[in-house]
Design a binder for this molecule. Sequence first.
Ligand SMILES: C[S@@+](CC[C@H](N)C(=O)[O-])C[C@H]1O[C@@H](n2cnc3c(N)ncnc32)[C@H](O)[C@@H]1O
Length: 347
Amino acid sequence: MPKAKRSRNHSAAGGDARGATSAPYSLASRNNTTSSSKSSSTSAAASSSAASSNLIAPNTSLGQHFLKNPAVVTAIVAKAAIQPTDTILEIGPGTGNMTIPLLQQSKHVIAIEYDTRMIREVLKRVENTNEERKLQIIQGDAIKTKFPFFDVCVANVPYQISSALVFKLLSHRPMFRCAVMMFQEEFALRLTARPGEALYCRLSVNTQLLAKVDQLMKVGRNNFRPPPKVESRVVRIELRNPPPPVNFTEWDGMIRLLFNRKNKTLRSVLLTKPTIKMLDENMKTQRALNGHNNNNMEDGEDDKTSEQIIEEVVSMDQWKDKRASKLDLDDFLALLAEFNKRGVHFA
Ligand SMILES: C[S@@+](CC[C@H](N)C(=O)[O-])C[C@H]1O[C@@H](n2cnc3c(N)ncnc32)[C@H](O)[C@@H]1O
């Protein structure tokens, strides 16, 4: 998987600035032409310029490791199960190795690419083909760009933006059908890691709370040009619909705290001075917002400090000596409900 530094150095991109704004590119609009004037073109023409695209010097600081094995491209696109009516969002099309088959199978592809050299290459590959009118390219940083409506997302992106991209997709609305994404192997395995596994982390629980993730295939480093240092994997992400009935800010506040030291007991993570101070402040704010005698709180709870409440909760048989690294989603949901019921809030 691409392992580049997520550089803010715009000149390193070999293109225009990675600005906060993003700009749409489209050959159809640029040339002011319509698809009907391209009727003699074929899909084969789109693929034929693949060889020339391979001459572009990859900028590895932008994670430019291009998929060079057509069988892998075909397999990834097949896993996306694209319908002819679909709008596809492709993040980081690079020289267009996946963009071309995506265009051939869908109604519309919107690609977000940071490097203008890549954009020119993709546009060149579709010029005068049947696919040209179906492609829209937005130049910019995918993390800063507002995503358009889409049915399916396909992406092979640098490792540095993987986490931000997953979180962006998890909160994207309206819900999309699925995202088929290539990641560095370890990152992909974190997404599906289970309690007790070494890679189980905040990313695992947040992702699994909001989505179903399937490991689809392993992709060896030699399928890329240039080969990255590590192996890659392709996963499918499907958002849970409806989403779980939990306040995500509250949830993530607790998960972040517990996974800071996931192998320590809940007691030793939560009963530290800075944590108690923070939870006391949250409690004061909540009490002020709700009125001191909060009807949702159990009798007598509103006189206790957060330290007392934490002490009581982590002493319960259910939570005694438990560590985040071994708890599953249901455990975390029950723990959060217990704290919230007693007036302890993490947001
Ligand atoms: C690993 S290459 C993949 C290229 C192509 N999809 C393929 O599989 O051959 C990643 C692509 O993402 C682009 N990229 C890197 N950071 C980006 C960002 N923040 N936003 C949008 N595109 C980015 C790179 O310029 C590069 O073209």
